[in-house]
Ligand binder design. Structure first.
Ligand code: CA
Length: 359
């Protein structure tokens, strides 16, 4: 009698437990469609979306899947903002500064000339109020935006002729998009934007005199080192952060645990793109040095940087004019950069300087 009671109790408990771990929603699965700006199998950027999708599927035990459409499928590499906003796609992977012509204050969440490096900018995003400001901008457009992977400091670009004075920049035709293009225009450069597929030919035929793309790993694939000898160090995109976009209605339909899995996978994939970029750029640079001794790394002279820093301040002030939100974002970045850089100076920079002296 006693044994039978025990058995019954155990069976009842087992049943209760089974009910508790399998509530109705746990069975529900979701497949989100994501449009990426990049072509299929685009190195580094495309690896980031794939690894994010794999993490999500594994961590959710298959309850959340992400189907990625590259640019060859959706045919609108720079239409990602509109497609996710309208719900045509649930998610997107792109770069916030591509939308500055549509929504000017999206500009500030990729990388700013003379701004924070990747380490400082991640600190700003995750701990210094950057995420909140970015979300404030995207809230009005029915989307959530998250950091989507960092290229690290980008190279200043490939020049066919050496730049020795400010005069050498006057009338120079250069592919350099975004805010940096506006800054360059202030010092006499004729900036233009050209699709990646046409960059090599444009430089080879002299349609442009110089171009910037990303850094050794992605530049090497496009062959610029074969036609330009001068590879300048960067100033214009010190920490280019890509972005994950999610339609707000889609996000709100996900149960809390899947939201958290997605959030963690995006954050992990984003940060991992920075380490992946460092790895691929180091390998590519070693191979350029070995196989293309014609390539010389240069840094613009001080007079050019001084003029560009002034131009940058002027262009920023113009962007902030009469725009309270832009003023708050710019101020937040300026304040954060000041304190973070003071610390970088006594830590990373001091260490690198010490090492440079020992070389
Ligand atoms: Ca670039």
């Amino acid at each position: 009698m006693k044994r039978r009671n025990l058995f019954r109790t155990a069976a009842a408990l087992a049943l209760t437990a089974a009910v508790a771990v399998t509530p109705a929603f746990a069975q529900e699965t979701f497949t989100l469609k994501m449009a990426e700006t990049w072509g299929p199998n685009f190195p580094i950027f495309g690896d980031t979306t794939k690894s994010m999708a794999e993490m999500v599927e594994k961590m959710s035990n298959g309850r959340l899947k992400i189907r990625i459409d590259s640019a060859n499928r959706h045919k609108a590499p720079l239409g990602v903002f509109d497609m996710v906003k309208a719900g045509q796609y649930d998610m997107g992977h792109s770069a916030s500064y591509y939308w500055k012509g549509k929504v000017p204050n999206t500009l500030y969440f990729t990388s700013m000339p003379f701004g924070m490096n990747a380490q400082e900018q991640y600190a700003w995003f995750y701990h210094g109020g950057g995420m909140e400001l970015m979300q404030e901008v995207y809230d009005e457009h029915n989307m959530l935006s998250f950091p989507g992977g960092n290229t690290g400091n980008q190279m200043g670009g490939w020049f066919r002729n050496e730049i020795k004075t400010l005069d050498d920049l006057k009338g120079l035709k250069m592919r350099i998009p975004g805010f940096a293009g506006e800054v360059f225009a202030e010092v006499g450069v004729n900036p233009t934007n050209i699709a990646p597929g046409e960059l090599y030919t444009a430089l080879e035929r002299g349609t442009i005199d110089a171009l910037e793309w990303v850094g050794p790993a992605l530049d090497l694939r496009l062959g610029f080192h074969q036609i330009a000898d001068y590879y300048y160090t960067g100033w214009h995109e010190p920490a280019t952060e890509l972005q994950f976009l999610i339609n707000k209605g889609v996000w709100e339909k996900l149960p809390a645990d899947l939201q958290e899995i997605l959030r963690v996978a995006m954050r992990t994939a984003a940060y991992d793109m920075l380490t992946h970029s460092v790895h691929e750029n180091s390998k590519a640079w070693a191979s350029i040095q070995k196989d293309y001794p014609n390539v010389q790394v240069k840094t613009f002279p001080d007079e050019i940087f001084e003029a560009m820093v002034e131009a940058n301040t002027r262009v920023l002030a113009k962007a902030a004019e009469g725009d309270e939100q832009a003023q708050r974002i710019i101020q937040s970045q300026e304040d954060y950069l000041r304190d973070a850089r003071a610390y970088t100076n006594i830590s990373e920079r001091a260490y690198l300087n010490t090492m440079a002296e020992l070389e």
